[in-house]
Design a protein around this ligand. Sequence first.
Ligand code: PMT
Length: 402
Amino acid sequence: MLAGKKVLVGITGGIAAYKTAEVVSRLRKLHAEVHVAMTKSATEFITPLTLRSLSANPVYVDLFDEPKLWNVEHIALAEHVDAVIVAPATANFLAKIAIGLADDFLSTVLLATRAPIFVAPAMNQAMYLHPATQNNLTCLRERGVKIIGPGTGFQACGTDGIGRMTEALEIVETLAQFLSSRKLLKGKKALVTAGGTQEPLDPVRYLGNRSSGRMGYAIAQALQEAGAETTLISAPTDLATPSGVNRVSVHTALEMFEAVLSRFPEVDVVIKAAAVADFRPAVQAEQKIKKNGSNRVLELVPNPDILAELGRRKTSQVLVGFAAETENLLANAEDKMRRKNVNLLVANDVTKQGAGFGSLTNIVSFLFPDGRKIDFPQMSKHEVAQHLIREIANLLGVESKE
Ligand code: PMT
């Protein structure tokens, strides 16, 4: 199943390190090429010899060891692998990679690699629930790192609670599923929009909305990881461009309209996750508007509906729209799906806790013109993006290439 796939397994210093031997063994049984890098502390829990025997490859511990395979090993390994899994990932190690420290072999590879990174946290429940650890996990998640677990149950320190490393079988299944669906969209060209457009009133003010761009950026990353040549048309956000994605920055709905429409004929799929302003100020003042004590009336003019225009022009493209609703979610979403002629509509009730604007998670339903509907529970925006990739592949008539 994983023949030809190269996986780096990183092990850090926690008691769950002994379980990682099974992760390595299972990956080998699926025919993956496995490399192992351990922190010094990890070698206190399990020997490099065990991992070398199971992986059938040299094990990396020290940055300054004699090279085993390549000249600049940490860089060569970083570029060589298709995915990295760190299991167990201690609280200390999560903190290190969250701030980008590179003071040993494993953390240096993580900073240098552009391969997808998975971490399986394992620690005492109090350490896991500490705001510092939670902040580090949020930061990593936002950067696209995939967090597996942790589970709940008996812990080596004698307590019961959250912080157990996910079992080896589940870790390997997650990796295998990810790696085998990676190239689902190879050869396809994708366009995603993200963020909230800004419609200027004067040189210092604009009309905007609460979109953080997270949903669209997660989709862009998932498309790129699925092998699609991905362009992200982004309204202003604080987010880093996912590795390998071509980003085009815009501010206004009109700029987004232009950027999307000019690329539309060449792409196979468009996903419109951006929150586009329906109106813009009729006049943009050249100088900062001064207050004069009296009321001010703003005249707004309609912006073009980009998605509806794509729906009119589409030939073979798969078109995915979003609907951000505050009431009558399904009825409004179905209406948008038909009016805008999309192949798939992602409906989210943005008044729900953990859904919509700004949050790390979303609660969505996928609606299809043939009447099918799939409801999802609350999940991370990256997980929503993964589900979207599978549906887009179906709509494009793509079979898994693995
Ligand atoms: O960015 P995040 O903080 O992660 O938040 C995610 C999100 C809530 C922005 C996202 O999940 C979402 O719902 N995006 C669509 C927001 C929106 O503008 O919805 P709408 O119902 O107003 O528009 C319907 C569809 O038409 C959308 O695909 C929109 O991109 C598109 N549209 C709208 C107006 C317009 N002038 N042109 C458009 O193309």
